[in-house]
Structures are given as structure tokens and as C-alpha cells.
Design a protein around this ligand. Structure first.
Ligand code: PLP
Length: 470
């Protein structure tokens, strides 16, 4: 008979029993077929501040803040209290025919932080459903406005937008499409704006020019009357923390405006403090999108919530169309969830009450401490902005080629980091970092020191195993 949760005492032995139960019954996200439905993943027992504690009692700095989401840190009493209080006041109401106070008040506050004109919010359950909503809204908008041909979406190589069918169709990371179907006929992919991987011989400015030119010629070739939207993460997160060249986003935004193409900024990672602002589009990149998708940091991971900020002008266009009965047949049982929205309000209080300003102040130290790792032979580039950074490993500094390297190098670094007290997120030949925003200067130093030590150990290991020349 299956053990009940309360019957399993959390001593070391039984915690590995929990891992075994998970291995037997859980389908973990992003599994490979060789171990699908039969995979043990390390048990995390608890979290506190910037730390998580694993089953062996090891306290680790949560380098990726969960999945870029635990922005205000783990185990905040205020958040737990709001979860409790809102559940006792109103745990759920149907958004089909009623509304609730937290969702309305949060919408008003989010509108105040978003670029001018983005005064409406559609709430979802996370990032994928937010992206899916933005895409479906664009389709609906153009259908109602009598432009049913104008519905292709432009995305980029290297992008990550989610795991539902349409959002995943916009993904552009290598390997994500190898074994998966997608609505590829609805998506056009442009080149990845990664300056580190720009074609040989081009300056960063020339590279930027070529990217904008690629978009311009794509619009000319396909026809603006067939393209409904462009979607882009201001900084590609899961693609390896790719910061586009200066001016790229404003020029892409301008091309969209000239061609009546909706610009969707996917801020699922970059919003809610990660770059020091509630939304980064305007404050950091100088762009005013038509829609902004968000999730993750909106509740710092304490409750699943996401949403889309939508330019109110689009609703005016719809109201003035000839189809006042056309229904946007889209809504989720948990849209506008009162607990999620109440948690998001408290999370926003904490961000507004100093954490955004502190993040802006501490980011330079975070970036410079990590940037210093570039002197290590294995490290090709350290890049980032605000409180997100990526470390890319290469075989050598002349070719910057990762392909002749052991491509599990990210995992090797992660393993050594964990032994030294830091969790990092490995991504093939990279590690990405986005710690809780409450991290202190000393804790950043500890993080950077552990990373340096782990990369040095990894270098020695690769040389010893004959996998890298050094
Ligand atoms: C930029 C971006 N968009 C969308 C998503 C999908 O969000 P979720 O996993 O909450 O569905 C992610 C997740 O990592 C993301 O990084």
C-alpha cells in the first residue's frame, strides 16, 4: 500500500524513499525517452532566503532562483500569510461570470508600471499560457478586423516561449524540435541576436544592421499583410542569457509599427525585478510593446500565475469593428485566481518597497564578479544584465567553438558547484545564473568564488579525461 505523506519521516533514508516514489510515479518535465517515467531527481527539502536545502541536509545558494522565479527569496512569512488569509477570505471564484478584488487591484497596479497605453491584463496560469493567450488574441484581433490572412508570428532562433503547443512552436532552441511536432506553418524564425555568435568579420553594429535587415526583407518577402506579430524576449533567458546588440529592440519595434505588426515582449523572465524594474521593456530597452507576457517573478513562485498586458487601443479597435458579437473564446478556469493575485500584490509591495532599487544598485557588482571569470581558459564569454547572467564554455578562445568540447560541461560545473554549496542551472555548454534579488554583496562574492573554483576543477577534470586541451 502506498505510504501517506505524513507517514514518511524525513530522515535521510526516507527522503531517498521519496525520490524512489517520485521515480516510480512522476513524469518529470523535459525527460528523455531512455528514462521517462523512471527518473530520480534530487529532493529539495526546504528553502530559506537565497538558500535551498537538499535531502542530504546540504544548504545550497539557489543560483537560478528556482526557474528564474523566486525573486524575493524563499520562506517569506508575509507571503505565507497572504496565501492563508486569501484562502480563508475567498479561495476561488469563477472568472466566467464574476470577478474578485485582488485581480482588479493588481491589474490597476500593473497598468501603472507598464508602458503607457497597456492598461489591460488577461491573467493566466503561467508563462506558456500567457504566450498562448497573446498569440490567440492576435489571431482573434485580425479575424475580427477582417484580416484573416495576417496571422503569422515572427520568432527567433534561440528563443524559449513555453511548452504548450503554440508557445512551443515559437521556440527556437536547437534540440527542442527534434522529436516534437509544432505549428511550424504559423511561425517564421529570424536569426538569433547573439553578438558572441555573430558571423565572422562583422562588428556588433554591422551584425545589428544585418538582423534588422533580415526582418525587413522577411516582411517584404512574406508580405506585411500576412504577419500578425513579432515575439521576443528582451533578453533570451533559456537560450543562454543573450543580450541583443544596442538598438536592436528599438529598431525591430519600429519595423513592427511601420508594418502594423503587433510587438509582443515576452517578459516572463525579465519582469518583476530581474532587471531592476517591474517591466523592463521601456525602462531598460526603450520599447513600448503592444503586449507584454509575464509570469514567474509576479508571485516569486509562491503561486502559479501569469498574464498578458494588452494595449487598450486594440480593444477600442475591436469595439469599433462590425462584429460586436465576435467572441474571444479563450479563458482558463484559473484566470484571475484570487490567491495568485493577492500573492502578486504582496510580492509587488516588497519589490516597490526598496527591492527594485536595491537590485539596480547591486547588479553591477553581480555582473562584474561573474565577468571576471572570463580569464579562465574554459570560459568563452560571461554575459548578462541586471540579475541574470550566463557563462558560456568554449574549447578555445581563438575559435570560441563549443562543439569540440564535452557538451555536458554545464552539468559538470553544476555538480562541482553543488559540492561547494551552489546550485547553478546547466545548459549544455553553459551555466545560467539568476539568484533571488535579496542576495547580498558577500553572498554574490561567495557565489563567484564557488563558480571559479568549480570551473577550475572542471578544467582539470576535462584535461585528465583527455576531453579538452586546456
Ligand atoms: C521567456 C519565457 N517565456 C515563457 C516561458 C514559459 O513559462 P511557463 O514555464 O511558466 O509556462 C518561459 C519559461 O521558462 C520563459 O523563460
Amino acid at each position: 500500500m502506498a505510504a501517506k505523506r505524513e507517514e514518511i519521516e524525513l530522515d535521510d533514508e526516507n527522503q531517498s524513499a521519496i525520490e524512489a516514489i517520485a521515480e516510480k510515479h512522476l513524469v518529470q518535465p523535459w525527460p528523455v525517452s531512455g528514462s521517462i517515467g523512471a527518473e530520480a531527481r534530487g529532493l529539495i527539502e526546504s528553502g530559506d532566503g537565497i538558500y535551498v536545502t537538499d535531502h542530504a541536509g546540504r544548504r545550497l545558494i539557489d543560483g537560478p532562483a528556482g526557474m528564474w522565479c523566486v525573486n524575493i527569496g524563499h520562506r517569506r512569512q508575509e507571503l505565507a500569510q497572504v496565501l492563508h488569509d486569501q484562502a480563508m477570505a475567498l479561495s476561488y471564484n469563477s472568472p466566467w461570470y464574476t470577478t474578485n478584488e485582488p485581480s482588479a487591484l493588481l491589474a490597476e497596479r500593473l497598468s501603472g508600471h507598464a508602458p503607457e497605453g497597456l492598461n489591460h491584463v488577461f491573467y493566466t496560469t503561467g508563462g506558456s499560457s500567457a504566450v498562448e493567450t497573446a498569440f490567440r488574441f492576435m489571431q482573434f484581433y485580425n479575424n475580427v478586423r477582417g484580416r484573416p490572412e495576417k496571422k503569422l508570428i515572427v520568432s527567433r532562433e534561440g528563443a524559449y516561449h513555453g511548452s504548450t503547443y503554440l508557445s512551443a512552436s515559437m521556440n527556437g532552441r536547437p534540440r527542442d524540435h527534434d522529436w516534437m511536432d509544432s505549428a511550424s506553418e504559423q511561425v517564421i524564425k529570424l536569426s538569433c541576436p547573439n553578438p558572441f555568435r555573430r558571423p565572422a568579420g562583422l562588428t556588433v553594429e554591422e551584425f545589428c544592421e544585418s538582423l534588422v535587415e533580415e526582418f525587413r526583407s522577411t516582411i517584404e518577402r512574406i508580405g506585411a499583410d500576412r504577419i500578425g506579430a513579432f515575439i521576443g524576449e528582451p533578453i533570451m533567458a533559456s537560450g543562454g542569457v543573450i543580450v541583443p546588440p544596442d538598438g536592436y529592440l528599438t529598431r525591430m519595434r519600429a519595423l513592427c509599427a511601420e508594418n502594423d505588426i503587433l510587438f509582443i515582449a515576452d517578459e516572463v523572465v525579465t519582469a518583476f525585478g530581474r532587471l531592476g524594474h517591474v517591466f523592463a521593456s521601456k525602462e531598460v530597452f526603450g520599447i513600448e510593446p503592444d503586449m507584454i507576457t509575464f509570469a514567474k517573478g509576479v508571485t516569486s513562485g509562491y503561486f502559479p500565475l501569469g498574464g498578458v498586458m494588452i494595449r487598450s487601443k486594440l480593444f477600442e479597435d475591436l469595439r469599433q469593428s462590425n462584429h460586436s458579437d465576435a467572441m474571444f473564446a479563450h479563458g482558463l478556469t484559473y484566470s484571475s485566481h484570487p490567491i495568485g493575485c493577492a500573492v502578486a500584490m504582496k510580492n509587488l509591495d516588497i519589490l516597490e518597497d526598496g527591492l527594485l532599487a536595491e537590485t539596480r544598485a547591486i547588479s553591477a557588482h553581480f555582473q562584474s564578479r561573474l565577468k571576471a571569470l572570463e580569464d579562465l581558459p574554459l570560459v568563452g564569454e560571461v554575459r548578462g544584465l541586471g540579475m541574470m547572467a550566463g557563462i558560456e564554455c568554449v574549447a578555445d578562445h581563438v575559435s570560441n567553438n563549443p562543439l569540440t568540447l564535452d557538451l555536458e560541461v554545464g552539468k559538470r560545473i553544476d555538480k562541482h558547484c553543488q559540492e561547494l554549496g551552489l546550485l547553478v542551472r546547466p545548459l549544455i555548454n553553459m551555466c545560467v545564473m539568476s539568484p533571488p534579488l535579496i542576495i547580498s554583496v558577500d553572498q554574490i562574492d561567495t557565489m563567484a568564488d564557488i563558480l571559479r573554483q568549480s570551473i577550475v576543477i572542471t578544467q582539470d577534470e576535462l584535461v585528465r579525461e583527455g576531453l579538452w586541451k586546456g
